[in-house]
Design a protein around this ligand. Structure first.
Ligand code: DON
Length: 305
């Protein structure tokens, strides 16, 4: 398996030239676009990896499934469903124009910025610092990595320049969907996006989602199986933004991408995969990462469809 992963890394690395690293968060522009790493946490309990699998990068939107999970655990499914819908928007992750009508829960989902920002309000905690700290704890627990922390430079960079997210936050306020101070909610959201991980961390988190919330080694139920189903279903339909349909055809399993170049792949009952390659396509998905997942899916027959 390690040889297979090495081959995939060698084959897919050149396709980085077809994409571009994110620059709208200035700090993200400093990464080497040619990195490619992959890590598989597999059903036989074995761990396989190749390339730059230990290279750190920020989660960015890959944290959205964790925001959704924490909101589900803290406030329950009804509150989550009432605030944020589940239909794909067919629009970019930071789009404003949801429809001609007023913004409402039916036309947002947890995997786009508006949905994730709204869901931060359903995480328990007296302050947004406390809410973020619960989220970071969850990421540490699910990845088996107590060292996970915020990349401070990326956090500061995004906080300074994240005016589109501010606009989305104020739009949620304008339509009465949230009432907490936008700047505090966004601070939690920006910190969450700036959690620094590697491919292993993503694969370990994904493996628990693949395993119905059960830790593959300790067999501990980390969160209810019903929430794993909820999160995996939204990943399958909305996880790769307006590239989700194409991804379903060419790769075929629930996944979440981030503009840091990471993708977390969940193969129910089988394995978790983490990939990292920072050059992105027009949807904000890693070019070489998607290609590597497509190859792996074909060879190991990982499509769930
Ligand atoms: O809110 C933002 O714009 C970023 N922190 C996250 C966006 C993102 O990762 C979109 N993913 N492909």
């Amino acid at each position: 398996m390690n040889e297979l992963l090495e081959r995939i890394v060698a084959d897919c690395a050149p396709s980085a030239s077809l994409g571009h690293v994110a620059t709208y968060i200035p700090e993200l522009a400093n990464v080497d676009p040619n990195k490619l790493g992959i890590y598989v946490s597999s059903e036989d309990g074995k761990q396989y990896f190749a390339g730059d699998h230990l290279e750190p990068f920020t989660m960015q939107s890959v944290v959205k499934p964790l925001i959704l999970l924490q909101a589900l655990m803290d406030s329950g499914e009804d509150a989550v469903r009432t605030l944020v819908g589940v239909e794909a928007t067919g629009k970019p992750f930071d789009a404003f124009n949801y429809s001609d009508q007023a913004l409402n829960s039916a036309n947002i989902n947890p995997m786009i910025n508006t949905g994730a920002i709204a869901l931060c309000t359903l995480i328990h905690g007296e302050t947004y610092e406390e809410k973020f700290s619960r989220l970071l704890d969850l990421a540490r627990k699910l990845s088996d990595n107590p060292e996970l922390n915020v990349d401070h430079a990326v956090y500061v960079s995004e906080k300074k320049t994240g005016n589109k997210n501010r606009a989305l936050g104020y739009m949620l306020t304008a339509y009465g969907m949230i009432t907490d101070p936008v700047e505090e909610i966004l601070d939690c959201y920006f910190r969450a996006c700036s959690i620094s991980v590697n491919c292993r961390d993503l694969a370990r988190i994904a493996h628990i989602f693949a395993n119905h919330g059960i830790h593959p080694e300790t067999q501990e139920q980390m969160f209810p199986a019903a929430y794993a189903k909820y999160v995996n279903a939204t990943l399958a339909t909305c996880g790769m933004y307006d590239g989700s349909g194409e991804f379903a055809l060419t790769v075929g399993f629930p996944a979440k991408s981030g503009v840091g170049g990471g993708i977390m792949g969940v193969i129910p009952h089988r394995m978790g995969i983490g990939v990292f390659a920072p050059a992105l396509d027009k949807h904000g998905n890693s070019v070489a990462g998607v290609q590597a997942l497509a190859k792996l899916s074909q060879i190991l027959d990982l499509s769930i469809y």
